[in-house]
Write a protein that binds this ligand. Sequence first.
Ligand SMILES: [Zn+2]
Length: 355
Amino acid sequence: MAFLRRAVERPHHAYLFAGPEGGGKQLAARAFAAALLCERGSGCGSCRACRLALEDRHPNVFAVEPEGRDIHVETVREEIWHPAYRTAPEPGRKVFVVREADRLNAAAADMLLKVLEEPPADAVFLLLSARPDELPETVLSRCHVVTFLPLSEEFVAGALEEEGVERDLAMLAARLSGGNLGRARRLATAPDGLSFRDVAARALERAEGSVSGAIEAADLVLEAAERYRKGLKDELERDLAPFLDERGRPEEAYRGAVRRLEERHKRRVKRSERDYVDWVLLAVSALLRDAVVSAVGLGPEALMNPDLPPIARGVISAVSGIAAVEEGRAALAEEVNVNPRLVLEHAFLRLGASS
Ligand SMILES: [Zn+2]
C-alpha cells in the first residue's frame, strides 16, 4: 500500500492489481481512486470526493465488470472508450476500473488496448484480476503490475474491527468468508448479513429424508432470496441521493453517473437470486464440513461456525453432501442459463438421500 501512496503523486496510466478473489484488490482500487480524486490531494478519506470514491459511487470513477460470463465490447465502448476522451463529470482525474479483467472477450480487450495505447492525460486505468495470466500479453505489457497475496483471517478480522465491527462478529465473518475481505464485510455489516446461514441450517434440516422435504427446502431458500432482492432497492435509493435535485431528478452533470449506478444496480438485482442461492449453498457446505470436523473429534478451533453446535451427521454422509452442494455451486457459476430452483432441488434431494 505504501507503493500506491507514492504512485498517487505521479501515477502511471495503467495498473493491474493481481491476486486472489477477496484478497483486497477492490479495497485497494477504491482507496487508490479516492487518493487520485481527493480534494486535498492526499486521500484524506473524509472529503466528499474520498467518501464517494470509497463507497464506489464517485461520478469520475467508471467501473466495468462481466455481464454474464464476459465483459463485452459494447460495455468497454460505452463505459471506457467514450468517457476516456470526454470531459470528466467533475473536475479532476478520471479513473477506470475493470473488475475481473481476465473476462474481457477478445474484441473488448482490443478496444481497451487502443485506449491504453493512447491514454488521455487525465485518466488512470485499474485492471483487477485473479487470473492475470489469462489477459492478453498486449494488455499486460501496458500495465504496471501490483501483486496481492491472500489475506489472513486475522488481517480480515482486524480490517473489519477498524471499520467498527465488534471483535466476535469480525472473527466469525473472517472465518466464514475464508479470508475474503469483501464477503466478510458483507457478512458482518449487511442488515441481513448472516441470515443466509440461518436459512441454510433450516433448509438442511427440512431436506432430511424425504423428497417433499427437499422441495420445501428449495422453496425456503428461494423465498429468502426474494426478500434479499427486495432489500436491494433501498440501497439504490441511498446510492443515488447525492446526485439528485430536490425533485428527485438527476442533476445535469450527473446523468451519466446516475445511469451507471442504475445499471449496476440492475445487474445486481438480476444476479441477486443466484448470488443468494450460492451463499446459502456455501453455508450448507460449511455446516456439513463442521459435522465432519466434529465427527472426527477435532476441537472447536477447527470449526467454520464456532458459534453454532455442529450438526450430527456421519462422515460419509456429510462428505457426500458437500460434494452434492459443491456440484450445485459449480453449475450456478458456470452455466449462465441454469435454473437456481433445479440446482437447489437436486442438491437437497441428494443431501436428503445421504442423511
Ligand atoms: Zn479526500
